[in-house]
Ligand binder design. Sequence first.
Ligand SMILES: Nc1ncnc2c1ncn2[C@@H]1O[C@H](COP(=O)(O)OP(=O)(O)OP(=O)(O)O)[C@@H](O)[C@H]1O
Length: 279
Amino acid sequence: MADPNTIPTSPSTVPATTTTTAVGERIPTVIVDDAHLVYRVYGAGSGSAGSAAAALKRIVTRQPQRPTLRKVHAVKGVSFTAYRGEAIGLIGSNGSGKSTLLRAIAGLMPTNQGAIYTQGQPSLLGVNAALVPDLSGERNVVLGCLAMGMSPEQVRIATPEILQFSGINERDNFAALPMRTYSSGMQARLRFAISAAKKHDVLLIDEALATGDTRFRRRSEQKIRQLRADAGTVFLVSHSISSIRDTCERTIWLESGELRMDGPTLEVTKAYSDYMASR
Ligand SMILES: Nc1ncnc2c1ncn2[C@@H]1O[C@H](COP(=O)(O)OP(=O)(O)OP(=O)(O)O)[C@@H](O)[C@H]1O
């Protein structure tokens, strides 16, 4: 049976590198339809309720501990459609719901209301994406590539390219050292390099470029343009307006979980900068 959250466009009828159908219609890759995303935080009582004195009082008076539940409504009724060949920036102040929305598009979090439909398997590249700290950079490249579904032969061919793109060996043979010895910037660079080694239908990048140096940022931006040209859809969450302007022609602005604006990057980033300056 077809996955209900998959957009029913047959890959066999639309070649992977085209952005429109035979009749010139753009091909949707992600449809977010009135999505609401809520975190449920258990045990999040108010300050004094969780204190040692309150616990002692409960024990002495033999009162059972009532579980407390707090809901955080992180994304509130967001709707948009993304198309093949688009690079879309996601901006908004801290806590506005950008990472949460990416997690939901990646299928890591269900919607509480509304729906998210995707074509193909979206891949989330975040600075916190799990690699194994005790393994060497090179072993992590192999693990990461296998996890993305590449064959052992493809991994063997891709590994030197990935290590070179990541630049982790620029100063020493860091690829042979455990990842826990890397700086956060080096780890982010390696993660980005692994992720970018494969063509993605939908690539979700969360702040990965922020930790790299200027030279790596330029290389990554070039890579994003290439991934986009290969007809994928790229989402980029970033607080760096210049990164967004350099890579995305469309930008979505979230504020307090709501979609404030969705349009050409220059217009949206200008409105966002004005809003931030006025606060
Ligand atoms: N695991 C979680 N459990 C509970 N609440 C969470 C969790 N992760 C995020 N939140 C809350 O959801 C809201 C949106 O957070 P999110 O991380 O999506 O925002 P963001 O726009 O990516 O923020 P930033 O720019 O600071 O990275 C915030 O109020 C945050 O406190």
